[in-house]
Design a protein around this ligand. Structure first.
Ligand code: AMP
Length: 114
């Protein structure tokens, strides 16, 4: 059996995280190396390795994550908007193999990203 990822360990509350939101299906916590004034990691509790591993049965779950992010943004008063990023695979620089969305806010972001 493969080892649990750090995000699965956070979901299972085996290691601490600064959790800002939780519901039945997902968890959001602050990134330990923030790239913006607000930098959250939003993860499904279900183990899915990356965006490339999202199956048809996960479509509702992924929609749920976006609805949760909208709720978090409203709760945190992110009136200037926010950016959602997911890194999938080595070229994108994915480090943690548990599907996650970076939710970034609190400053303007350039485009295209690096
Ligand atoms: P990536 O897999 O490249 O999309 O990014 C993984 C992100 O997880 C990085 O921004 C890390 O700073 C962040 N990270 C890694 N370990 C933790 C942790 N224990 N708590 C919060 N964020 C983490």
């Amino acid at each position: 059996m493969s080892e649990k990822t750090v995000f699965k360990r956070i979901v299972d509350r085996e290691i601490p995280a600064d959790v800002v939101y939780e519901d039945e299906f997902c968890l959001a916590f602050r990134d330990i190396h923030p790239a913006a004034p607000v930098h959250l990691i939003v993860v499904p509790k279900k183990e899915i390795r990356s965006a490339a591993d999202v199956a048809a049965e996960d479509e509702g779950l992924v929609g749920h994550l976006f609805a949760a992010m909208a709720k978090i943004a409203a709760q945190m008063g992110l009136t200037g908007g926010y950016r959602v990023v997911t890194n999938s695979g080595p070229d994108a620089g994915q480090e943690v193999m548990h599907l996650h969305f970076h939710m970034l806010a609190g400053r303007p972001f350039g485009w295209p990203p690096g």
